[in-house]
Design a protein around this ligand. Structure first.
Ligand code: SAH
Length: 423
């Protein structure tokens, strides 16, 4: 979602005739787009802002947008008085105001819902992999999570607006669409005639567009995987056989305290249904270790579920207490050294599973999408249907197929190697 927001911010400045520079000292405006999900990222923002202040050229504007801006509000100006603007994740479309009136201090951290989508200019070029936001905010209120505070309650965009944006992306270069939302599979929009649309309807509409070859979505809440959506994996070949469905913990007690009220049986039942719909589907997860009160045996249960589901790719984090969340004030906060140990153990287990899955792909031929070249310019970087990176030697004739069948020749934990068999 942050990557998407950054694109839109860049496109707004583009529309004003500005060009990007990598050199802070050369820039007329410097914008930090920020995430507040974990404390460490938040702290980095303020030290980085201090560095920008000391490096930027005199008169250059600088500020923060995104969730740290929303969380800090006016206090950001107290911490860094030279800041010119502080704009939340739903008010960054107001950024051009600071260009028109550089002497003001621009502060807006309102939760405007979907207003920004109506105000942002359309993007001229669509990236090969285009993100299309379909809903913002979240109603789940997991006790660790700051998102309901920073991005507000859940709102779904109008079905026709999403289809229009998807078509625009398709006509301007997109080959893969990734539908985005903090609770993406909770998407629900009822039009003026009373017809209700779900994520499965959006997938069906995108799949009809010939330019779009691959479709995916993130991030999903387990119990919102409704049967119509699961069936899409059986019936829609453009929908990739890969799903991020965070379980967070394998302990029912921890899940209850996290306010993620699904049982392990219910979670496994969804996985079974997904596998019945599409035999080769692979799952990834997010995990939090060291949630308040997590015991050794709770943690063991997380390891157990990771091995049972065989997640092929996961994000794991140490629990980070966040303002405005219930878990931050829960008793039995876990000491940092235990969190660190548990994270290392979990990461080891997850890495092993990932390496085994990658190795099981050797000798298979997979339809892959080209996402660019590596730093040396000698290799092409492709993405498999399971979101693995596959490195391929660049053909001498510079013929770079956007989609190619690639035979996998080698694998390690992080990536695959392969050769192009056919376009
Ligand atoms: N909708 C997703 C949230 C995405 S935020 C969900 O199911 O929860 C990305 C990930 O950050 C979360 O899945 C969670 O694992 C992690 N996260 C969120 N708040 C956190 C916190 N306070 N400490 C550590 N990790 C956190």
């Amino acid at each position: 979602m942050n990557v998407y927001d950054s694109w839109r911010i860049a496109a707004m400045l583009d529309a004003r005739g500005m060009v990007a520079t990598k050199d802070v000292a050369d820039a007329d405006i410097i914008i930090l787009n920020t995430c507040s999900v974990r404390e460490k990222a938040t702290n980095k923002v303020f030290s980085e802002l201090g560095r920008v202040r000391d490096t930027k050229k005199p008169g250059a504007l600088f500020g923060i947008v995104g969730c740290v801006a929303r969380e800090a509000g006016a206090t950001a100006f107290h911490r860094i008085p030279e800041l010119n603007f502080v704009l939340g994740p739903q008010s960054y479309h107001r950024l051009p105001q600071i260009l028109d009136d550089p002497d003001t201090k621009l502060l807006n951290i309102d939760l405007g819902g979907l207003e920004k989508f109506d105000e942002l200019p359309q993007m001229v070029h669509a990236p090969t992999v285009s993100y299309i936001p379909i809903q913002e905010g979240c109603n789940h209120c997991c006790t660790y999570c700051i998102v309901p505070y920073t991005r507000g309650r859940e709102v779904s965009r109008a079905f026709d607006d999403v289809v229009r944006d998807t078509l625009h992306a398709a006509k301007n270069g997109a080959v893969e669409i990734c539908f985005l939302g903090q609770n993406v599979n909770g998407y629900k929009y009822t039009d003026e005639n009373g017809k209700t649309y779900r994520l499965s309807d959006l997938i069906r509409a995108a799949a009809k567009m010939p330019e779009i070859r691959r479709i995916r979505f993130t991030s999903s809440y387990p119990t919102e995987m409704t049967d119509d959506l699961i069936q899409m994996f059986a019936t829609e070949p453009k929908l990739l056989p890969f799903l991020n469905m965070p379980i967070q913990s394998g302990s029912p007690d921890v899940l209850r305290r996290m306010n993620r009220p699904y049982s392990l049986d219910a979670y496994m039942e969804i996985i079974d249904k997904l596998r019945a719909a599409r035999g080769d589907i692979q799952i990834s997860s997010d995990f939090i270790v060291g949630f308040p009160g997590e015991t050794d045996s709770d943690f063991e249960q997380t390891l157990e579920i990771a091995r049972r589901v065989r997640y092929i790719n996961s994000y794991s984090f140490k629990y980070s207490p966040r303002p405005h969340t219930a878990a931050a004030t829960m008793p039995n906060q876990i000491p940092e050294n235990i969190k660190r140990e548990r994270l290392a153990v979990l990461d080891n287990a997850l890495n092993e599973i990932q390496r085994e899955f990658n190795e099981s792909c050797v000798d298979k031929t997979l339809p892959c999408l080209c996402e660019g070249t590596d730093k040396t310019g000698r290799h092409l970087l492709y993405r498999t249907p399971y979101m693995q990176q596959c490195i391929v030697a660049k053909p001498k004739d510079d013929n770079i197929p956007t989609m190619a069948n690639i035979k996998i020749t080698a694998a390690n934990r992080a990536s695959l190697r392969g050769k192009i068999i056919s376009d």
